[in-house]
Every structure is written in C-alpha cells, then in structure tokens.
Design a protein around this ligand. Structure first.
Ligand code: MF3
Ligand code: CO
Length: 272
C-alpha cells in the first residue's frame, strides 16, 4: 500500500481509494470528539424511560453536543433533520426522532450520535432497553455488543480490514449459539472509515472471510457498527428516505464505536 501526502492530509492508497492516516496528535483530537459523543449518549441513556419522546432525546443530544463545544454531524447530513438517529424496535438504523414518538415500557431503542470538534468526527451508537425489556431483547442487544467488542479487538495494525468483519460475524454467530437462536446480521449496512468526515473509505462489512481488504495501519480510524436482528436480517428503507426497518418486523439492535488503529493496539475513541 502506497502512502500519499495531499494538501488535505496523508492517505494510504488502496485499489484506487484513499484511506486517511491520522498523526498521533490528530488521533488525540478525534478522542476529544469521541468523548463528547460518549458524554452525549450517556445523557441520552439517563433520560431514556417510558413516556419520553425520541424528539426530546434529540433535543437533549443537540444541546449536550453544543454545550460541549461540538457540532452535531448528523444534522443536515444529506438533509437529515436531527442530531441523533433513534431507531425503535423493528427499526434497524436511521430512525428519525419525533415529539410524537413516545417511548413505552419494553421498547428497544438504538441511539446513534455523531459530533464534530475542531474538524474531527466521532460516531457511536448504543441500544437501550426502555424500562424492563424481554430476556430475548436483552440477549439480542448483548450479542450485538459482543460483536462490536470482537470487531473492535480486531482493529489491529498489520491485520486486514475484513479481519474485523469476520470477528463481528463470528461473535454474532457464537452469541446466537449460546442463546439457542440465530441472530440475523444486516448485510446492506456496515462500518466506515472516519476522521475529517463522518463517512470515509473504507466501507467495513459486518460479515465475510478474514484476510481481505486494505492492511490496517496506525493512524487509520474506523467506525465499527454491527446491526443484528432477532429474525430475518433483510432490511427495507421506508418512504421517508431514512428509516431502515426489518422486512419481517422482528426487532433489531445496533452498537457502534469509533476505533483507531495504534501502535499499541485498538483504541476506542468514543468512551467517556
Ligand atoms: N452514524 C450513522 C453511521 O453510523 C450515520 C447516520 S446517518 C445520518 O454511519 F444521516 F443520520 F447522519
Ligand atoms: Co457510523
């Protein structure tokens, strides 16, 4: 893989695509954005309970980001109208928050949030049970979180991109085996490079054989974001142009972290 210096940064070139390489000081700058996203999600988790609307959670998130000196990266992104995605139950990702969408006991909501600080992006998502959720929903979310952890652990210098994909897939399958079910891995969506923009090369699939794709190098940063379903993983985008739901109506979950490749191993940037 060649390394190229451009006016707008340093990139590894791989099959005609540029993968941004961050200097250690730039990774520190991304960590500031990541910490703000983590703080924002913590505030949202705290307020997520029956009777609260997803619109209110969005307002809380926007305020928390702005108070922290950041800019919500989702707001206005390709016309997206909010600062978080709030995806409830059969919604997988990109659910649009609304004052009319009042959360009820037993709902399962994924909240995805991004912020820009000093030009650097952080992107992270959590799944939250509203009040008490079913044991099946709790296990589904735990499986997705385990898949995220396994994927993050594979963000290793010298490895290859799809080592992460394979780790995510393997963890999801293993979790299903332990739980006595088969979780669906949503294939149409995946993770992505991140840095001076939210969505950058490379695209990161959540399944597949290891050992393919670009070699991971210190300075790369990736958003790792598995999406699992309780049933069939087939996904459909609604007429609003955003909300992605399961075709069979089964519940879906989504966890995400921004993770940097460093000399010392994976560094999760979106922790408090
Ligand atoms: N954060 C999402 C992702 O993980 C993207 C959100 S799309 C937006 O890739 F339009 F809401 F910004
Ligand atoms: Co993302």
């Amino acid at each position: 893989m060649r390394v190229i210096s451009r006016a707008r940064g340093v990139f590894a070139r791989w099959r005609g695509r540029d993968i941004e390489l961050k200097a250690p000081a730039e990774i520190e700058a991304m960590r500031v954005a990541g910490a703000l996203v983590a703080r924002t999600l913590a505030a949202v988790v705290e307020q997520t309970k029956p009777g609260v609307s997803t619109g209110e959670l969005d307002e809380l998130a926007e305020q928390t980001i702005r108070d922290g000196g950041g800019v919500p990266s989702f707001l206005g992104y390709h016309g997206y109208p909010a600062s978080i995605c709030a995806s409830v139950n059969e919604q997988i990702v990109h659910g649009i928050p609304a004052r009319e969408r009042i959360l009820a006991e037993g709902d399962l909501i994924s909240v995805d949030c991004g912020a820009i600080v000093d030009g650097w992006h952080g992107d992270s998502a959590v799944t939250i049970g509203v009040g008490t959720v079913s044991e099946a929903d709790r296990a589904l979310s735990a499986a997705c979180r385990a898949a995220l952890d396994a994927g993050s652990a594979a963000v290793l210098a010298g490895g290859r991109l799809t080592d992460i994909s394979h780790a995510v897939q393997t963890a999801a399958i293993d979790a299903g085996r332990r739980d006595g079910v088969t979780y669906g891995i949503v294939a149409e969506y995946g993770g992505h490079g991140i840095g001076t923009s939210m969505h950058m090369d490379p695209f990161l699939p959540n399944h597949g054989d290891p050992g393919r794709g670009p070699r991971l190098r210190p300075g790369m940063a990736l958003a790792v974001e598995p999406m699992l379903t309780a049933g069939d993983p087939e996904a459909l985008e609604l007429a609003d142009g955003w909300t992605v739901v399961t075709v069979d109506g089964s519940r879906a979950v989504h966890w995400e972290h921004t993770v940097a490749v460093t000399e010392d191993g994976p560094r999760v940037l979106t922790l408090p």
